[in-house]
Design a protein around this ligand. Structure first.
Ligand code: FE2
Length: 190
């Protein structure tokens, strides 16, 4: 399963992180690279684009051996959405197919979380999260009748990172590790 576009992204991201850039530079340059990748929707293998009738899917596309970054195809079935959650590392979101709605949540002095203004991501657009700025959000498929897919890049192995879901009303947290929907990755080198 050779995939030139994905390989080009992984190589460029590896070269970028090799220079040990600070986070704003990672988000700016890594985001520009991701925008190039999601500018066309002709490279994601069908195996990593399959929705589940009940749960949104997170297919691992690549995991850096030094844990500097990982890539996931996030596949939304109709009407699916995340709980309010954090990431505990920087994250880039590149919209590939369909549309998703992101709502940031902001912690209040009483411990609850209030939603900020939501916004839509359409194919080709890039979003980001970061513990340094805003790390808590809820994301939903904008469509109730079709699949949406975004490509996520995180500053570590997101399938192994301990993070949290929140009850926005009470502010109570629950720890979770997201894992991956399939234990396979594309072969970029064949
Ligand atoms: Fe998220």
């Amino acid at each position: 399963m050779h995939n030139e576009k994905l390989l080009v992204y992984v190589q460029a991201m590896s070269r970028l992180l090799e220079t040990r850039p600070d986070e704003p530079e990672i988000l700016a340059q890594g985001g520009a690279l991701l925008a190039t990748l999601v500018a066309s929707d002709d490279w994601l293998p069908a195996l990593f684009a399959v929705p589940h009738p009940q749960y949104y899917q997170q297919y691992l596309l690549y995991a850096d051996p030094l844990d500097r970054f990982s890539m996931v195809s996030f596949v939304w079935g109709p009407g699916q959405k995340t709980p309010v959650h954090d990431h505990m590392t920087w994250g880039l979101i590149g919209m590939l197919r369909g549309q998703e709605i992101e709502t940031p949540y902001h912690r209040q002095s009483d411990g609850s979380y209030q939603p900020g203004a939501h916004h839509a991501l359409v194919p080709g657009q890039i979003g980001f999260v970061s513990p340094a700025t805003h790390d808590v959000h809820e994301v939903a498929n904008a469509y109730s009748d079709q699949t949406s897919i975004s490509i996520h890049v995180y500053g570590g192995n997101i399938g192994r990172i301990h993070r949290h879901v929140f009850d926005p009303v009470t502010g109570s947290t629950k720890a979770f590790v997201s894992g991956y929907s399939l234990d396979v990755v594309p072969n970029l080198w064949k």
